[in-house]
Design a protein around this ligand. Structure first.
Ligand code: NAI
Length: 445
């Protein structure tokens, strides 16, 4: 039996950040990983999609070349090169994480860890025990339960990131974060994209007015949306669904992407540890990410709180601080999120819809990209920001779409963590000319 201070199961953003921070603070750590370090985010999520998004952005700029005085430009799109660049980005970051995990206080075990009891796990025939355990096993794509068996190849987001040729057409089931990001990317790559979504509007996390504008924007760029449409079957020809008028429709497409959410990755052997969990809700944790067995914590997608890499990382730091007996000011309740479509969308805190739903009194201050000097100089006139505040000026949230929306939301997030009011925000000097003035302009209203 090998004894240590902390065992971590999973080396995604939650697991490896916890290992790095714990080791720096003097704890001896053993971290287990069956696949490549970096988890979904690095290998099949945030990073590869952002590499593709950057390529898509360049294509969009090239398609508007004449606006910038570049006449007669001709190019050939080479998806192999795009895939190769994405793989190089992943490899470079992966080796960075491997270096982090080579810290003398960290042992990386490349094997599956299984709980034997609440203090012990078994991996590659060896038993490991510790006073504290962090479970950070992540999530997996969900699939639809359909009456008839699926009669063709259906991709999930990981599969689509490793295709070796560009599909002529792509039907995406689900207009959530993954569906919208891939719709935007493959549309820019020149694939015909058709999205089928069950709900009335895309991106349920976002202010519905902003989500609608973003969807209309993608529609103008060439993406077809079938909203309020329930998928009934996936046949050899394509995707069958009942549209909002009750008609049965079939969309033919070369490839089908299933993007209907992700489920926490839980295992049967968790029951040996004794904490509460379910396939649907993942591992049950309290506000300090402690499971129902107090020395075992669950961070990241597996606790199904917010399936975001930055949420997992900050949960990791918070948990290690508790193990070290240190307090911190990490505000896990203020969790910004971004959707990397073209243009980008982002949000933090309450939307107008949520305020109405929850009966919260609010004021909404709006500002538009088209009124901002830098945005026009960048040829990025499209965008809307809504700053939501209480009647006495406390910032409750901010939702936006437009170029670099995530950067503006990040500022709001920082201000919310420090309880800054809208009036105080209006009095903070913002560099001219920058997109950040869009936020200040909203606050000044
Ligand atoms: P999601 O929950 O964002 O969206 C799933 C969509 O599928 C919903 O709009 C839902 O109404 C729709 N849907 C469900 N059943 C359907 C059906 N039968 N027919 C048609 N539509 C149906 O899930 P998604 O996009 O798969 O993302 C999974 C997780 O990964 C999310 O928690 C997301 O936050 C995270 N993620 C975050 C990213 C980021 O931060 N930029 C990027 C990608 C994923």
């Amino acid at each position: 039996m090998k004894e240590t201070d902390l065992l971590i199961i999973g080396a995604g953003p939650g697991g490896y950040r916890a290992a790095e921070f714990a080791a720096k603070n003097g704890l001896k750590v053993v971290i287990f990983e069956t696949g490549d370090v970096g988890g979904t985010c690095l290998n099949v999520g945030c990073i590869p999609t952002k590499s593709f998004v950057h390529d898509a952005e360049i294509i969009q700029t090239l398609n508007n070349a004449e606006t910038f005085g570049l006449n007669g430009l001709d190019y050939e799109f080479d998806i192999q090169k795009v895939i190769q660049r994405k793989d190089e980005v992943i490899a470079s970051l992966r080796s960075g994480i491997e270096t982090l995990l080579s810290h003398p206080n960290i042992t990386l075990v490349k094997a599956e860890a299984q709980f034997l009891d609440a203090h012990t796990v078994m991996a590659a025939g060896e038993e490991y025990s510790a006073n504290y355990i962090i479970v950070a096993t992540g999530s997996v794509p969900k699939t639809l339960r359909l009456e008839k068996p699926v009669a063709r190849r259906v991709l999930d987001s990981s599969d689509l990131l490793s295709i070796d040729s560009q599909p002529k057409s792509l039907c995406i089931i689900g207009a959530g974060v993954i569906g919208m990001e891939f719709a935007s990317i493959f549309n820019a790559f020149g694939t015909e994209v058709i999205v089928v979504e069950f709900l009335k509007e895309c991106l349920p996390v976002l202010d519905s007015d902003i989500a609608k504008r973003l969807r209309k924007s993608l529609e103008k760029q060439g993406v077809t949306f079938h909203m309020q449409s329930a998928v009934t079957a996936i046949t050899e020809d394509g995707v069958m669904f009942t549209d909002k008028k009750g008609n049965s429709v079939t969309v033919e497409a070369e490839e089908v992407l299933m993007a209907v959410g992700r489920a926490p990755l839980v295992f049967d052997h968790f029951r040996h540890a004794g904490f509460d969990y379910s396939e649907r809700n993942g591992i049950i944790v309290n506000e300090h990410l402690q499971t129902t067995v107090s020395h075992i914590y669950a961070i990241g997608d597996v606790n199904a709180r917010q399936m975001l890499a930055h949420a997992a990382e900050m949960q990791a730091i918070h948990v290690v601080n508790q193990i070290l007996g240190k307090s911190d000011d990490i505000r896990l309740d203020i969790m910004p999120a971004a959707i990397f479509t073209l243009p980008e969308a982002a949000c933090v805190g309450l939307s107008e819809d949520l305020c109405k739903e929850q009966g919260v009194d609010y004021i909404c201050k709006k500002s538009f990209w088209r009124a901002n000097g830098k945005a026009l100089a960048m040829n990025e006139a499209e965008g809307l920001l809504k700053l939501i505040a209480s009647p006495n000026g406390d910032i409750l949230g901010c939702h936006a779409y437009g170029a670099h929306a995530a950067d503006l939301i990040q500022e709001v997030s920082a201000l919310m963590c420090r309880n800054t009011t809208v009036e105080q925000l209006a009095q903070i000097v913002h560099i001219h000319p920058t997109l950040s003035e869009i936020l200040q302009a909203a606050a000044e209203q």
